[in-house]
Design a binder for this molecule. Sequence first.
Ligand code: NAD
Length: 316
Amino acid sequence: MKGSFLDQIETKVKPTIPVVAVVGTGVIGRSWVQVFARAGCETRLYDPDAAQIDKALMWLDQELDTHGRALVRAYPDLEEALAGAGYVQESGPEQIELKKAIYARLDDAATPATILGSSTSAHDMSEIAAGLPGANRCIVAHPVNPPHLIPVVEILPGVKTDPDVVTRTREFMTSVGQKPVLMNYYVPAFLLNRMQAALLKEAISLVESGVADVDSVDTVIREGLGLRWALMGPFGVANTNADGGIREYFTRYGQAYKDCMNELGPTPSFDPEMIERLGQGTDAMTGNASLQEICEWRERLIRKIRNLKAEDPHPS
Ligand code: NAD
């Protein structure tokens, strides 16, 4: 979508870091390029696979307006791409040994003030940057796919990361229109995927045990909890569920929640039969639409929801 709505709504401030590099331009990397370029950053791309660069540039041709597209340039050489960049968004494959090797190279090539952010979904920066001279400027900046549409970014320092790097990364992410959230220390799967796993665990258990079918479980989220969740998280919702706010709500219903939490379902097996059963359930919900049509509809509506939220923000 050229001249993206986010140009007007989200990025009223100038980026705090004007030149950035995206290293690895697959699904996540190319989406990051859009985030940075539409915010006005000079954005350098590097990927060892030239076909991935071509694919990313073709996609960006469609997505960015002329101004944003002019800020994007691909480099065949990593060192050249990093020269002058104040922030790097590493978005290479999710394998720990590869991440370590990429980071060793980034740390070697980038000037000491450059922040080295990683899109990793699972790894601890303390491990990726262990032993590197520049471990103090390495940090996880984990997006949700795709970051050009979904703004939250989980910011997670390693044990050696400078507090100043945490501050600068958060400021930079805010200045390009993202919503950084800070984690104080590493836990597997970070925040978003942990909460997603907790909900999926129960959703699958309810279907597996025959309490309800796939459509019923999805409808409860889609036409119930999910409508509020686009506006408030679980604590914000709890705060609006009683006249006296969250204190009254949890005082009155805390025991009921405890009883329920104590009997939640087991960890699912993910065996082929179970997956097939869930597949048949989602096929029925998909109807005649193609998966691509559904994804395009999802993207259209996420943009509209974000516009609505920007037009009528939380009254805080
Ligand atoms: P992808 O496979 O689409 O892209 C990875 C890219 O890295 C490829 O273009 C590949 O050519 C490139 N690459 C390979 N070796 C490299 C090297 N040595 N240096 C630089 N680049 C190299 O993967 P993706 O889905 O874009 O994931 C990238 C990162 O983002 C991973 O760490 C992943 O965990 C994280 N992430 C992914 C998602 C998601 O839903 N896909 C969501 C959040 C975070």
